[in-house]
Ligand binder design. Structure first.
Ligand SMILES: NC(=O)C1=CN([C@@H]2O[C@H](COP(=O)(O)OP(=O)(O)OC[C@H]3O[C@@H](n4cnc5c(N)ncnc54)[C@H](O)[C@@H]3O)[C@@H](O)[C@H]2O)C=CC1
Ligand SMILES: O=C(O)[C@H]1O[C@H](OP(=O)(O)OP(=O)(O)OC[C@H]2O[C@@H](n3ccc(=O)[nH]c3=O)[C@H](O)[C@@H]2O)[C@H](O)[C@@H](O)[C@@H]1O
Length: 480
């Protein structure tokens, strides 16, 4: 029986391995992690991450050919294929701070693999890593060699949160990069045969190691760039009376551009876009390509601009101050159908409003009070480390309350900020909402989910990203 071990039971390791176990009943899959609470949760009825369809997949194979364990060394030693799906945060100190990837967790995983191995292994980079990481990992693995052969492959993951199971069941492509040597090609073939259980062969792309590593960074950079491009247009739409949804639709029907990833928003969030682009920028700088670095840096700058533009809209619309005013924040996750808050734009928007002394009442159907308080207190980039290395208790904030119902959050508020596109925010009883608020009642829609005309009829002053401005907002500066 082929044995697979995955180091890192997170958003990628957990769902990816669960799907491999489901589709390959003859393969034993063990997911290991240093974080005991995470492993305990994977072994319980309350999985550590919320992902539609995941519970069902885990229930079907857990205890049969899918296992979760903290016994990292034992399972790595027994495995034929070791996936490494650990954190690769942005460095906060030293060389490359604020940009370069921190490979501490990857390096310690590689050293451990080298130490405990007693048989040949294929080591698979699942984490997103800087191009050429495989070279460094190979050195660590082979330096400690006791006659054992390690073959390294790059197999970056392209799933998106909220649709992880659907993405894994039917991926646009699976990418496998390896050395162009007989051993490298043999390892590619072995990994390919795992995915071939359910992925059509023409969707399994095989490249050299560096192309696979770079393709992952390039894919995220291109996706994020589309959002920054449409968000840049949204600012121009507001200034000119054009409607960004109409512009997106018009350009998206051009088959060369395509309709996806053209939704203007308060800004992109999530654990990877910013981190991976910063990493790309750093690699370009290190390779003496400052113009290329600056080109990609602009994608992040526009994203930061979009979040600040939103805060400034809120404050300037509400008579240039939100001090002491209750603002309801609807949604905190970085997108719908996930409880993940990593780099969510809601953090920057909330911090901006708190800076102007607003009182926030936050509601998200999947995010706990504990998590929100942690996020609002955490330093930039600190979230991307294993749980046991993060601050233990969240700092309470008197200006923030977290509630478990949208209407409760909204009651007596001066304004509403929609931060996540949860479906339930489309279907609120907005007449009831309006009646329960202070007047004038403002709604700032950072996700373009509300029916602007209907809300204006009720009496709301509505701001929607990139839409023709409410007459109330027309004379207000876009950036206060
Ligand atoms: N979250 C996502 O949607 C995607 C993430 N990625 C990449 O995948 C990698 C993992 O991301 P996530 O799963 O989101 O992170 P995560 O933080 O959810 O999971 C990483 C896990 O690795 C564990 N870990 C760290 N060092 C370890 C070690 N030495 N031994 C055992 N366990 C260790 C941590 O305790 C943590 O549970 C990152 O490189 C990320 O850029 C790629 C595609 C999608
Ligand atoms: O490497 C990763 O971590 C993953 O990053 C993204 O996936 P994810 O961050 O989970 O979610 P996306 O659907 O890409 O959304 C990212 C952010 O962009 C925002 N977004 C997305 C699309 C859009 O049109 N407009 C927009 O503002 C979302 O609201 C969200 O805040 C990529 O889509 C995945 O392919 C990749 O594997």
């Amino acid at each position: 029986m082929v044995k697979i071990c995955c180091i890192g039971a997170g958003y990628v390791g957990g769902p990816t391995m669960a799907v491999i176990a489901l589709k390959c009943p003859e393969i034993e899959v063990v997911v290991v992690d240093i974080a005991a609470p995470r492993i305990n949760a994977w072994n319980s009825d309350h999985l550590p991450i919320y992902e539609p369809g995941l519970d069902d997949v885990v229930k079907q194979c857990r205890g049969k050919n899918l296992f979760f364990s903290t016994d990292v060394e034992k399972h790595v030693a027994e495995a034929d294929i070791v996936f490494v799906s650990v954190n690769t945060p942005t460095k906060t100190q030293g060389l490359g701070a604020g940009k370069a990837a921190d490979l501490t967790y990857w390096e310690s995983a590689a050293r451990m693999i080298a130490d405990v191995s007693k048989s040949d292994k294929i080591v698979v980079e699942k984490s997103t890593v800087p191009v050429k990481t495989a070279e460094a990992i190979e050195r660590i693995l082979t330096h400690n060699r006791k006659g054992i052969n390690f073959t390294i492959l790059s197999n970056p993951e392209f799933l998106a949160e909220g649709t992880a199971i659907a993405d894994l069941f039917k991926p646009d492509r699976v990418l496998i990069g390896g050395r162009e040597t007989p051993e490298g090609q043999k390892a590619i073939h072995s990994l390919k045969s795992v995915y071939a259980h359910w992925v059509p062969e023409d969707r399994i792309l095989c490249t050299n190691l560096w192309s696979a590593e770079l393709s992952k960074l390039a894919a995220n950079a291109f996706l994020a760039q589309r959002i920054s491009s449409v968000n840049a247009m949204s600012a121009l739409c507001e200034a000119t009376g054009a409607d960004v949804s109409q512009v997106s639709h018009s350009i998206g029907t051009d088959s060369r551009i395509g309709p996806k990833f053209l939704n203007a928003s308060v800004g992109f969030g999530g654990s990877c876009f910013q981190k991976d682009i910063l990493n790309l920028v750093y690699i370009c700088e290190c390779n003496g390509l400052p113009e290329v670095a600056n080109y990609w840096k602009q994608v992040i700058k526009v994203n930061d601009y979009q979040k600040m533009r939103f805060v400034n809209r809120v404050v300037s619309s509400m008579f240039n101050t939100v001090s002491g005013k209750k603002i309801a924040v609807l949604g905190f996750a970085f997108k719908k159908d996930t409880g993940d808050t990593r780099e969510t734009p809601a953090i920057d928007v909330c911090k901006g409003l708190l800076g102007d002394k607003a009182k926030l009442s936050i509601y998200d159907p999947q995010v706990t009070e504990d998590q929100i308080m942690r996020d609002l207190a955490m330093k930039k980039f600190d979230w991307d480390h294993p749980a046991h290395l993060q601050p233990l208790s969240p700092t309470s904030n008197k200006q923030v309350s977290v509630v478990w119902d949208a209407y409760e959050a909204i009651k007596d508020a001066h304004g509403i900020c929609v931060m996540t596109e949860w479906d339930e925010f489309k279907n609120l009883d907005y007449q009831k909402v309006y009646d329960s608020m202070q007047k004038p009642a403002f709604i700032f829609d950072g996700r373009n989910v509300v029916d602007v005309n209907k809300l204006r009829e009720i009496g709301f002053i509505v701001y929607s990203i990139g839409k023709p401005l409410d007459s109330w907002l027309k004379d207000m500066p876009a950036v206060a």
